[in-house]
Design a protein around this ligand. Sequence first.
Ligand code: ATP
Length: 816
Amino acid sequence: MFKPKKFQIDIMSQQEFDQDAEFIPLLSSKDEEEMNAEAVPETLAILPLRNMVLFPGVVIPITAGRDQSIKLLQEANKNNEAIGVVAQKDESVEDPGQEDLHTTGVVARILKVFKMPDGNTTVIIQGKKRFEIDNIVETEPYLKATTKSVVEARPAAENEEFNAIIEKIKELSLEIIKESPNIPSEASFAIKNIESNSFLVNFVSSNMNLKVEDKQNLLEINDLKDRALETLKFMNVERQKLELKNDIQSRVQTDINKQQREYFLHQQMKTIQEELGGGVSSHQEIDEMRQRAKTKKWDDKVKEHFEKELAKMQRMNPQVAEFSIQRNYLDLILDLPWNEYSKDNFDLKRAMKILDRDHYGLDDVKKRIIEYLAVLKLRNDMKSPILCLYGPPGVGKTSLGKSIAEALGREYVRISLGGLRDEAEIRGHRKTYIGAMPGRIIQSIKKAKTSNPVFVLDEIDKLSSSNNGDPSSAMLEVLDPEQNNSFYDNFLEMGFDLSKVMFVATSNSLQTIQPALRDRMEIINVTGYTIEEKVEIGKRHLLPKQLKEHGMQKDQFKLAKPQIEKIVEGYTRESGVRSLDKQIAKMVRYAAKSIAMEDPYDLKVTNETVIEVLGAPRMRDKYENNDVAGVVTGLAWTRVGGDILFIESILSKGKGQLNITGNLGKVMKESATIAMEYIKAHAEELGINPETFDKYNVHIHVPEGATPKDGPSAGITMLTSLVSLFTQRKVKKSIAMTGEITLRGKVLPVGGIKEKILAAKRARIKEILLCEQNRRDIEEIKADYLKGLTFHYVSDMSNVLELALTKQKVKNAKVL
Ligand SMILES: Nc1ncnc2c1ncn2[C@@H]1O[C@H](COP(=O)(O)OP(=O)(O)OP(=O)(O)O)[C@@H](O)[C@H]1O
């Protein structure tokens, strides 16, 4: 039977208790044997434990708060009786019955009883042997139960596996004690001195930081080896947790240390710079920059570069010039919209509406633009095509770019490349130069504030090279989809991604665009307008625009279609509408002036008012007549669109000389010679007396001598002119032609057909002669533009003459 020593109940302070409770009585193997030899009492007073589990051999302090428990402890102490200590299943139960208690508990003896100053009773008890509750037999004044003893299976002393487990438990315990800052290091001393293996297992189980159920489960394991193994598992988990905790702790610690160190160094640097005259403002600036940098979507490379350059600025004396260069540089990096994109609006119906709203006609062009937007929508990789709108001036190429931007919901920027000769204008100057700046591309991107604007490159055909490098090659990098994801600007010193920018170039001519540049762009031809279209544009767009610009209301001035047509015909000579715009502006100014001066004016403009305001009509690009032999209308293409030209030729007494005037180029002069030689060779078939050639000089002239002209397309016109001259036959009325000739009399196709047709229409031409191979070009033109025109396709000079010349001689025909 357990014979606990009787203790005096002392009243002691908390401090005294703490000191006293620290002792850890260790069981020797002998004590243990004795303990195991004792039988478990048949009935035991049961002390329920709320949130701990007692293990055999282990000493623990218990504070009893419940009346029943206090009574039990007092009586047991008084009578020197052993007690049964059992853990409660649910610690919140105040008055536990059998079902609220675990079945397995430990017989314990009371080592010491303290009466605490707060009235509670604290006892120190030591566990002895495990037992099981059989039945609760009494509940008053405290629980009493009959007991059953529990088998304790112990491995033999020489069991190697068990000994290894025990060794490992010891080892791990020592490690855990070492790693845990709140376990006193004396504990390792205690572990080392434990002789009994089973006590070691119990001692460790009891002191481990486990849940009550886990501890209870350990207590219930009968086989000591199994219990030891289970304990070892828990210890492993415990050690891992500790390692993790310590690791986190040390990382946090080093982070804080690093931050403290940097803060300290910054403070020092600040003070030194202030001493050197840096002043507070430069710090503020640097701090502000650092704050702004936090909001940027930079990739690591840019971030690193910025930090490096900022550190450089920090080290600089703000009085020196480099400081402001550096500040501008960092400002540029901060201002550029790195990885910032506006969201595209792919509502194509809306896009079409915007294009229609801003521009009349241009159906093909709009259709192609919408097709582009559709592809952009489907592909959705934000990579944009590079468009080149090509056509004569004033047809709305630049303003189309603006409408595309609005239709897509992107920002709009524009640079004019006309006359740009220095590569640095595009690529920027290295920042070591005084007054260095980024190139126009990067400046515009900064202005756009997004990395995917619609970027209009105006007049790309007028880029020229000089000894300051070739801007076209820099443009190549801008427009090459393979390279422009990292466009290098000399000032920025880093690549900037331009691949999401939608470039729209405009150009008046394809010939002068560098071929490599032309290759990279999708060319969209924007041809000129017919008179009808110009009238519509004038009415719908230009007049309202001018009224608005002059601060006038719609009802203050009216310009009807016939008057606009008069302006177009009499005062403008162009493919586009720019000079029409100017003439309309003049008309509006006239009304504005009258309103301002309170003079009477015609609200509804008449033809007379037009003449009064704009002066007498000046333009002459109209077909004249066919009264004279040797005058034929040709069609020409110029950079400003199509035009008509007259080829005139006359005969004068002489010795067969050929004179050519009218500022003609080499090719055109050659055409004249070919035509002349062809006629000489075919004189008989054409009904010309061959002697005539020796008796007369021929003079060919193309009027507007101030304008240089060249190209092969006047060939058939010259020949017709010469045949008409030598035969004195009349040229058909209202006919015009274009085509190259060969010495054999073949007709070759020429370019610029669309523009030429429009020019012919404007000049009221009715019939047009073209090479058979140009038929395809005509088929591509909108039917509207062809209305009122008859086309004759020819392949041989004999066809041309047959169609162009009448049998009739001109009035006052010369007899040759
Ligand atoms: N089809 C059109 N409908 C309405 N307005 C038009 C049309 N075509 C041109 N315009 C107007 O004519 C003016 C001149 O156009 P814009 O400056 O775009 O010409 P451009 O083709 O770019 O000329 P350049 O080759 O000289 O740069 C603009 O005010 C534009 O709005």
